[in-house]
Design a protein around this ligand. Structure first.
Ligand SMILES: NC(=O)c1ccc[n+]([C@@H]2O[C@H](COP(=O)([O-])OP(=O)(O)OC[C@H]3O[C@@H](n4cnc5c(N)ncnc54)[C@H](O)[C@@H]3O)[C@@H](O)[C@H]2O)c1
Length: 327
């Protein structure tokens, strides 16, 4: 519903207010999406079981329900009472390493939990769901000199990538069977303020924290200990938020995109940039190849790229380091 606002003699029309339910909105990316939705004037409800998220990440203007997406009754009741226009599905078991150790847990959260959400969307006639998928893991190894385009056949090499791909397939099925519209956003390696530096993923967060405290860190091998480490496509969280807002409001036309920069950076190049920006005295050690690590993942943003220009690594790192300095 468009809301006219009278301004002296003029009538201005603002964008319609939407009701947006964000799963995982106490986490790194979900909380930034919540901030942006609120700033755009929308109503936001966050649901999160605080597995890795934190209550303090949830903006005060958002409603919050603590609960687990694996609890079908909780999910059903919450969606029936909030009646969202759009569900932004960010909640997940996000660790590739945990998925390798506990594939059943990963599938329980990432597949069965998501199915609870899809069923509740259908039962309550929710128009659209935006799904946080993974470009970083779903394509498997990306050969040197190549960028994984959106039409590449997924080759998931971890249970985490399998569970994300499974949900993408369910979304096709729910669209055909129930008319539930969906947008799939395949994120590359996302970094920025609020990322957890204590986990085993999130290399920018880990290096930011360690370099700012002059603590040593290791560059784990891509193939052989002492090499430059794995190559990743690092995308700043603001660009991920732009993609989500575009999908939520309908300004993004595509139903599936890579959310990425198209630029590959090795761990050593990343470490050198961060040390250059911080002047850190951290010792840089080397480590062996970590089992399960994809050697190289760089994505193709598309032509023309639906997100336009993305934040440069230097600008994104500066903003991230500023946040870690004060948090
Ligand atoms: N960070 C990245 O580089 C990246 C890359 C590709 C895809 N993704 C995807 O983006 C999404 C957000 O990731 P993030 O980096 O912000 O991680 P995060 O861990 O900060 O956020 C995930 C949130 O989901 C919540 N959650 C987990 N299990 C839940 C459950 N059973 N019920 C309710 N809430 C639950 C957690 O408490 C947390 O707040 C995830 O779906 C992730 O798979 C992230």
């Amino acid at each position: 519903m468009h809301r006219p606002q009278t301004d002296c003699n003029r009538t201005r029309y603002t964008a319609p207010t939407m009701r947006i339910l964000i799963t995982g909105g106490a986490g790194f990316i979900g909380s930034h999406i919540a901030d942006a939705c609120l700033s755009a004037g929308h109503d936001v409800l966050v649901i999160d079981n605080l597995l890795t998220g934190q209550r303090k990440n949830v903006p005060t203007a958002a409603q919050f329900e603590e609960g687990d997406i694996r609890d079908a009754s909780f999910v059903g009741k919450t969606i029936a009472s909030f009646r969202p226009d759009v569900v932004s599905h960010q909640a997940a078991q996000t660790s590739v390493a945990i998925s390798a150790r506990e594939p059943v847990l990963d599938a329980d959260i990432n597949i069965l939990g998501t199915l609870n959400l899809l069923n509740a969307c259908v039962a309550n006639k929710v128009g659209q769901i935006v799904f946080a998928s993974t470009g970083g893991a779903i394509y498997g190894e990306v050969p040197d000199g190549k960028r994984a385009a959106i039409d590449w056949q997924p080759r998931p090499l971890s249970p985490y990538a399998c569970s994300k791909f499974a949900v993408e397939c369910y979304l096709v099925c729910f669209a055909a069977e129930h008319g539930l519209r969906s947008t799939v956003l395949r994120y590359a390696n996302v970094y920025g303020p609020r990322q957890d530096p204590h986990g085993e993923a999130g290399v920018v967060a880990i290096l930011s924290k360690r370099t700012l405290h002059d603590e040593p860190f290791s560059v784990f091998a891509r193939v052989t200990e002492g090499d430059d480490g794995c190559v990743r496509d690092y995308v700043y969280v603001d660009d991920v938020v732009r993609a989500n807002l575009g999908a939520i409001t309908g300004s993004l036309e595509q139903s599936m995109i890579n959310v990425c920069t198209g630029v590959g950076t090795s761990t050593r190049e990343l470490a050198d940039q961060i040390i250059g920006l911080t002047g850190s005295k951290s010792a840089v050690n080397t480590g062996p190849r970590r089992p399960g690590d994809v050697e190289r993942s760089v994505l193709d943003p598309g032509s023309p790229p639906p997100l336009g220009e993305t934040t440069s690594l230097e600008d994104g790192l500066r903003a991230t380091l500023d946040w870690f300095r004060t948090s």
